[in-house]
Design a protein around this ligand. Structure first.
Ligand code: PLP
Length: 332
């Protein structure tokens, strides 16, 4: 394996901490709940895209690119971190965001502006085309654009989460604990693809369970083939012979609620649960949905009292400010 030989641009300090959530564990009467704090990666308010961007920007710099171009929703954490990382790497940054520009930007959109990104607003249906259009326009000038797919989820970005699994396995050895399951929010797939591949590489025997934020197992746009494709591109990139199959991915699609970026009771209740009991913030779109799923599974008896689960906090706390209206009703 050759992860250490791959081009990488350092964006944060690792390892991120692992904490035991004592109050939450007692409240739900077991299993023991641990949390891996990737919300605390030390760039631009943190989150899982930092690990992917280290390898994506590593490649961009190696190829002599000077401008990052990527896309996402108006409250995209990936876009905010791309904007921050671009500054640290001395690169330009163009963001294609689907949604209407609000009068007063808040949450991640405000941060995109503070990080000086050039923003292009569009409709959701035009997003993919717009991404390449922006890159093509830049290429016609004196710029050399590097296009990062939505969520940074490809065989390059996902290396960051194989590496994260190697990091975790050293930490677990030190702490002398073996979780029965790792639970996290999954959406564009790079995190899950990397963790599942990393689990095979490190010999992690527990469940690697993605709580889907917006993807389905079946239907017109099934998610498992996406995960397989990213994971196998990642395996090739790191020179591993492992090949993943759809059955290698454990995916729960029971918590899709009203849809992407439409938080409801599940999310708002668990934001309160974690803030009141642990002083930890979750983001309404991803991490609150995934933690809400985990707590629901615990309450349904999916885990036994003597088991250990590790929730991988993938960030997204700046989203909170974009839902101030709904949150103030709950916390007034
Ligand atoms: C992007 C994101 C995820 C999902 O990660 P993917 O690799 O896109 O599946 C989870 N949590 C947060 C906070 C995110 O921003």
């Amino acid at each position: 394996m050759k992860i250490s030989n791959l081009p990488r641009f350092n964006l944060a300090e690792f390892p991120t901490p692992i904490q035991y959530l004592d109050v939450l564990t007692k409240k739900y009467n077991g299993p023991a709940i641990y949390m891996k704090r990737d919300d605390l990666t030390s760039l631009g308010m943190g989150g899982n895209k930092t690990r992917k961007l280290e390898f994506l920007i590593g490649e961009a710099l190696e190829l002599g690119k000077d401008t990052l171009v990527t896309a996402g929703g108006i409250q995209s954490n990936h876009c905010r971190l791309t904007a921050a990382a671009a500054k640290k790497a001395g690169l330009g940054c163009h963001l294609v965001l689907n949604g209407t520009e609000p009068k007063v930007p808040n949450g991640n959109l405000l941060l995109d502006k503070i990080f000086g990104a050039k923003i292009h607003f569009c409709d959701r249906k035009d997003r993919d085309e717009m991404l390449f259009q922006v890159a093509n326009e830049l290429a016609k000038t004196d710029k050399n654009p590097y296009v990062i797919p939505v969520g940074g989820s490809n065989g390059i970005g996902s290396v960051g989460y194989v590496n994260a699994m190697l990091e975790l396995s050293l930490q677990l050895k030190d702490m002398d604990i073996t979780p029965d399951a790792i639970i996290f929010a999954t959406s564009s797939g790079g995190t899950q693809a990397g963790l599942a591949l990393g689990a095979k590489i490190t010999g992690f025997k527990g469940d690697v369970l993605g709580i889907s934020i917006d993807q389905n197992k079946t239907g017109s746009d099934p998610f498992p083939p996406v995960l397989t494709k990213i994971a196998n591109a990642t395996a090739e990139r790191i020179g591993s012979d492992i090949r993943m199959m759809e059955s290698d991915f454990n995916l729960n699609c029971e918590y899709l609620g009203a849809g992407y970026a439409m938080p409801g009771d599940l999310e708002f209740n668990v934001i309160q649960d974690l803030s009141f009991h642990e002083g930890i913030l979750l983001g309404p779109v991803y991490t609150a949905r995934a933690m809400g799923g985990l707590i629901d599974l615990i309450q349904k008896g999916y885990f036994t009292k003597d088991q250990k689960v590790l929730f991988w906090h993938t960030g997204g706390t700046p989203e909170l400010f974009a839902w101030a209206d709904q949150l103030q009703k709950k916390f007034r």
